[in-house]
Design a protein around this ligand. Structure first.
Ligand SMILES: *Cc1c(COP(=O)(O)O)cnc(C)c1O
Length: 414
């Protein structure tokens, strides 16, 4: 699908043709059943009606159906935040002594979820660079249960070879989870071989910075020959047998959402749906702006300020960028000012960009990384994630790209 197709799909499917043209908000926490038999059938999953809002709500269901379409998936679960989606998936599949392999750069919350929080529950993990295939194959060979990566490492901007990693995960029958927060519509990880896609809908999907949310999207499960039938997933086999094609949703609902409750709320999902209507327009414009902005800044910045983006031919991931990200790799680029002192001067001289810890907003955003999101990280972790002393992350918005360029050029001369 191209952006034009998404523009049609999104505005035509989010609202309603008859009655309320905007999406309907159903804020009810519980739902009355007609009689005892209907109650039994709803709990048994025979009758598909709302049971209780912790495990599903009609407004969330609308959001889930739209995100399933744009990711070419089979089904989705909306969650309270992007971290909610990631923790739902990981806690539903992993237990004590299971291991997850994390490839490439990660959002700070994901890094600490795996490295600190899940560790307290006995989940083991290792991290490696996007191209460390020696480590990747060694780990896949040792019966790990999940491979986790971000489509575009944030903020290091390394691009994993998703196709190659997905092929390895198919060979070794290991679940591949991809965080596609930075690149909705730009790539479809499920089509490339991922099993589960997670999003922070707080970012590009809503765009307006008014709604915290997340979504996990699942592929269809083949109950006869799925990788989930590998003996290492023994504790999931009962659910696969019962839920068949919908096994991933059942696994996440029965082993995480029901018991931990990272559920989305109807009003939040409504706000996300309003943002989603214009996702195609915004993603196309912002990715065009990013490509032209980084080209001009690379040419015009003073020599000691470096702009990083995979679309620049000097980038070590330029080939992967051209092959898989023909329409762009999301709203982010970075500026390395070398020292924290220079980066602070740069950030404080920006007039247009908002200094905040968000990405994928309609507005252009900027933030010094080391002193904020990564301040609690040790030097080794920061080095692994590409967080240098003077690194500023920029998320490009909808403004006139010339205004954005002028803002950054102005700050570079201070
Ligand atoms: C922001 C972000 C998250 C976490 O999402 P929240 O909605 O803030 O919980 C996860 N992954 C990536 C890549 C993000 O940018």
């Amino acid at each position: 699908m191209n952006f034009e197709d998404y523009n049609t799909l999104l505005v035509q499917s989010i609202g309603n043709k008859i009655g309320s043209t905007a999406p309907v908000i159903t804020p009810s926490a519980s739902f009355g059943y007609k009689d005892a038999l209907q109650a039994e059938n709803i709990f048994a999953g025979v009758e598909k009606l709302p049971l209780y809002a912790r495990v599903g709500n009609p407004t969330n269901a609308k959001l889930e159906s739209i995100v399933t379409k744009i990711e070419n998936g089979f089904s989705s679960i909306a969650t309270s935040s992007g971290m909610g989606a990631i923790s739902m998936v990981l806690s539903a599949i992993l237990g004590a002594n299971d291991e997850v392999l994390c490839i490439g750069g990660f959002f700070g919350g994901t890094y600490t979820l795996v490295g600190e929080t899940l560790k307290r529950f006995g989940v083991k993990s290792s991290f490696c660079q996007v191209d460390d295939f020696k480590h990747i194959e060694k780990k896949l060979n040792s019966n790990i249960k999940i491979v986790l990566l971000e489509s575009v490492g944030n903020p290091g901007l390394r691009l994993p070879d998703i196709k190659k990693i997905a092929d390895l995960c198919r060979t070794y029958e290991t679940i591949l989870v991809i965080d596609n927060t930075a690149t909705p519509l730009l790539i479809q990880p499920l089509d490339m071989g991922a099993d589960i896609v997670v999003h922070s809908s707080t970012k590009n999907m809503s765009g307006h910075s008014a709604s915290l949310g997340g979504v996990a999207v699942f592929r269809e499960v083949n109950a006869q020959s799925d990788k989930l039938l590998n003996p290492k997933y023994q504790d999931l086999h009962g659910i696969v047998e019962k839920a068949k094609k919908a096994a991933f949703v059942a696994i996440c609902k029965k082993r995480a959402l029901r018991d931990i409750g990272m559920s989305a709320n109807a009003f939040g999902s409504f706000l996300t749906l309003l943002g989603l209507e214009t996702l195609g327009l915004r993603v196309e414009r912002i990715n065009k702006s990013v490509a032209s902005i980084v080209r001009v800044l690379e040419e015009k910045f003073p020599k000691d300020i470096v702009v990083n983006h995979p679309s620049l031919s000097k980038s070590e991931d330029f080939e992967i960028y051209k092959e898989f990200f023909s329409d762009g790799c999301g709203p982010i680029f970075t500026i390395d000012c070398k020292t924290q002192e220079r980066a602070f001067r740069f950030a404080d001289s920006l007039k247009l960009a908002t200094l905040t810890a968000n990405i994928g907003d309609n507005r252009t955003l900027a933030l010094h990384m080391k002193s904020t999101i990564y301040r609690d990280f040790d030097e080794k972790s920061r080095q692994f994630l590409g967080i240098t002393d003077g690194l500023i992350r920029v998320s490009v918005g909808l403004e006139n790209p010339n205004d954005i360029i002028n803002d950054f050029l102005g700050a570079s001369h201070v």
